[in-house]
Ligand binder design. Structure first.
Ligand code: HEC
Ligand code: HEC
Length: 334
């Protein structure tokens, strides 16, 4: 019937049918399916600042090293509470502009950690600012490039009331007599990074952000043995700022090794700081609160780890102690 050698019309026709069929299959159908995704309940639209931050993220090409897709495989469990679904991209699926497509945001290189849920892992503004100014300040041996052009330097006498001074330790300053000030660009970028949080799927509960695989099996003994792994939780939640060795970062994050708060027999202040965050001293940055993120058992495990590491020696506490202080603190700060 088809004689492609003789009948050029049927050749052109067959080529067109194949072309149209494949176009349907690889472009039109997926696009149609994408139109049908809806936002998850609890998802928020991006603010103007976050949208601008997304543009900075794209123009600095952070996708070269960071993905934003948690795959449904075991090695990705550390990057999110659950595998990514299409609805996760509902708001970012809008193109930044007509020339750029958002799918490239998903990235394919995993030189650095996946950022789908980084807003929960790294909530602190100061941490992000220091990390972007020079990653080595907060993560020793990091291979991530520094982005000093997202900051300006100012003479202390020129500082205005709205200037956000980044607590860069002296060792990393180019000009020791000047202050590093965050630009609007980097503030937008940080707003975007802080907003990268996985939203619960309908019908599942709570942040549940620490994969249950990290919870140690009770070893049969009673008492403290049933707590989650405090060291793993500390590394996951606190070490970014206070560092793995508990020494902190001078001028930004205080040391927990030898800290009077950590070693105090009365643990109330300590637990309140973890629950509600802390911003008491000008010489340090701001610590975010973890009340919505850590369960009583997890806080008890972290507290006990900190009270027994880096030369600290203080008595352990129990989840009931945390609960009592949480109930009280939450009444005052709902
Ligand atoms: C050359 C590769 C590379 C580029 C480019 C890069 N990063 Fe990174 N990034 C890394 C690596 C490696 C780490 C892990 C070590 C660290 O935390 O510094 C990391 C860590 C991070 C973290 C902390 C993640 C976590 O789970 O704690 C954030 C946030 C981040 N990068 C943001 C950015 C942003 C924003 C940009 C663009 C302005 C960027 N990165 C560009 C390699 C890169
Ligand atoms: C984003 C960075 C950041 C993270 C993450 C963080 N902290 Fe902090 N922490 C700070 C800063 C900054 C201060 C000092 C605030 C001030 O004094 O104004 C602080 C202060 C403290 C103090 C008081 C220490 C002292 O001697 O005054 C304790 C205790 C503490 N943090 C425990 C924790 C624990 C436990 C975690 C993990 C659950 C944690 N922090 C996570 C930034 C952070």
């Amino acid at each position: 019937m088809f004689n492609f050698h003789k009948d050029h019309r049927s050749l052109a026709f067959a080529a067109f049918i194949v072309f149209a069929g494949l176009s349907m299959l690889i472009a039109v159908l997926p696009a149609y399916q994408m139109q049908k995704t809806s936002p998850l309940p609890g998802m928020k639209e991006m603010t103007e600042a976050q949208k601008k931050g997304l543009s900075v993220y794209v123009s600095e090409n952070c996708m070269a090293c960071h993905t934003q897709q948690v795959r449904n495989i075991e090695m990705d469990n550390v990057w999110g509470e659950r595998p990514s679904v299409a609805s996760d991209y509902y708001y970012t699926k809008m193109r930044p502009d007509i020339w750029r497509q958002s799918p490239s945001l998903l990235g394919s290189e995993r030189t650095g950690p996946d950022l789908s849920n980084v807003g929960r892992r790294q909530p602190g503004r100061e941490w992000h600012l220091l990390h972007l100014y020079n990653p080595r300040i907060v993560v020793q041996g990091s291979v991530m490039p520094a982005y000093p052009w997202l900051f300006t330097e100012k003479d202390p006498s020129q500082l205005g009331p709205d200037d956000i001074v980044v607590p860069v330790p002296e060792k990393y300053l180019k000009h020791k007599d000047r202050k590093v000030v965050a630009t609007q660009e980097v503030m937008d970028l940080v707003a975007y990074l802080q907003a990268l949080k996985q939203v619960d799927l309908p019908g599942t509960e709570g942040p549940g952000f620490i994969p249950s695989s990290r919870v140690k099996e009770p070893s049969g003994e009673k008492g403290a043995a049933a707590l989650p792994d405090g060291e793993a939780l500390y590394m996951q939640t606190c070490a970014a700022c206070h560092q793995a060795d508990g020494k902190g970062v001078p001028g930004a994050f205080p040391p927990l090794a030898g800290s009077p708060v950590v070693n105090d027999e009365n643990y109330e202040t300590f637990i309140r700081i973890i629950l509600l965050g802390y911003d008491a001293r000008a010489e340090y940055g701001v610590m975010p609160g973890f009340a919505g993120q850590l369960a009583d058992e997890e806080i008890a495990a972290i507290v006990n780890h900190e009270r027994s590491s880096w030369g600290n020696k203080a008595a352990p506490i129990s989840p009931e102690d945390v609960k009592r202080i949480r109930d009280y603190a939450m009444q005052l700060n709902p």
